[in-house]
Ligand binder design. Structure first.
Ligand code: AMP
Length: 358
């Protein structure tokens, strides 16, 4: 039974706390937001992440601190670290909060990626487009999420003004990948270095936001799963990582190209609550507390559908066999993730029928 601190009070923090309560743990969340989704299931300190008094109060109340988003200020981790362990550590944040660092780490570890170049001026964008070609994707290095802070450049016309259009901040230009499908792997590393991997899942995005996850992904030969695990293992070990990490991959039919990592529990792992032997949330808590990891094996077939923008009719969802509703306690707003539904089934045909019904 431990007291655990979480930086961030969104739905990921909420689901971490929900996973920890049956194990007897308690939670203190630091968030600048009043009525954050996690506040319903955790004690809350409402303050900015770099508020020294709030950080001291958090450190005094918990045995370990984790985070549920990657844009935690480095200074917050630096303030906390001498007082209380922060897991995963600061290096994971430095790498994962900047797309250039991330891509550089993939390259160092021999993990394939789309061609990429750093862009810090309109002239550098011209040079990058000359080297890499069109189409491509121009992304802000920091603070991009759910398709925000990026645009696809199709033609010369799109290149004009794109640097200033994204705010004249440090950018990354990468070649457009004509992928066959998007996959991700959620992996976990314990305090003693033990690693475990969930099966590869297939993700569908619209407008840059995850809409749908199929778990396990169909048509995954053992060699493909092993390749993804090898990449995830290399990342976990190079970062001396403790906790759950997600790696997003493009499958172009020949190669798996790494797109980005999330140093935290991930939306493409929500299916594990009902669909795996141990959820990603429980495994993250086990890892940061030094407990043995739980099995990542799938129980049958699952699909996860994000509820975005509008509140659905809960009764209609619960009328579908195998459907499990998760609401995050957020007010509806266009483009906002309000919850998700995981549908489970013993086999793929039954799953398809249930998803169709939903
Ligand atoms: P990201 O924020 O990097 O995860 O990008 C959001 C989504 O945009 C991805 O899940 C893809 O669907 C798409 N995307 C990002 N980068 C590329 C790329 N280099 N080529 C093709 N599609 C991309």
């Amino acid at each position: 039974m431990s007291a655990i601190g979480i930086l961030g009070g969104g739905q990921l923090g909420r689901m971490l706390a929900l996973a920890g309560h049956p194990l007897g743990h308690s939670f203190v969340v630091l968030t600048p937001e009043r009525d954050a989704p996690a506040a319903a299931v955790a004690e809350t300190i409402v303050a900015d992440y770099d508020d020294p008094r709030a950080l001291a109060a958090l450190a005094a109340r918990v045995e370990v601190v984790t985070y549920e988003f990657e844009n935690v200020p480095a200074a917050a981790v630096a303030t906390l670290s001498p007082r209380v362990p922060v897991r995963p550590g600061g290096e994971a944040l430095v790498v994962a909060s900047d797309r250039l660092n991330e891509k550089a780490r993939f390259r160092e570890l021999g993990i394939p990626t789309a061609p990429f170049a750093s862009v810090e001026s309109a002239a550098e964008l011209e040079a990058a487009v000359r080297d890499i070609g069109l189409p491509g994707v121009l992304k802000t290095r920091r603070l991009g999420y759910d398709g925000k802070g990026q645009r696809v450049l199709q033609s010369r016309r799109d290149v004009e003004g794109a640097f200033t259009g994204l705010g004249a901040v440090p950018l990354l230009y990468e070649g457009f990948v004509a992928f066959r499908r998007e996959l991700s792997i959620v992996a976990v590393r314990g305090l003693d270095g033990e690693v475990a991997f969930y099966p590869l899942v297939e993700n569908r995005h619209e407008g840059g936001i995850l809409r749908f996850t199929r778990a396990p992904a169909a048509d995954v030969p053992a060699a493909l799963q092993a390749r993804a695990e090898g990449y995830a293992r290399a990342l976990l070990e190079s970062l001396d990582y403790v906790g759950v990490l997600a790696l997003e991959l493009f499958d172009d039919g020949t190669e798996l190209l790494a797109n980005e990592i999330a140093p935290r529990v991930h939306n493409s792992g929500h299916w594990t609550i009902e669909g795996a032997e141990t959820s990603q949330f429980e495994n993250h808590l086990r890892a940061i507390l030094g407990a043995p990891l739980g099995s990542c094996a799938a129980r049958g077939q699952s699909a996860m559908i994000n509820l975005i923008g509008d509140a659905p009719d809960p009764l209609a969802i619960q009328a579908v066999p195998g459907a499990h509703l998760h609401l995050y306690g957020k007010a509806p707003r266009p483009g906002r993730k309000l919850g998700h539904v995981t549908v489970t089934a013993p086999d793929a045909a039954t799953l398809d029928a249930r998803v169709e019904q939903l």
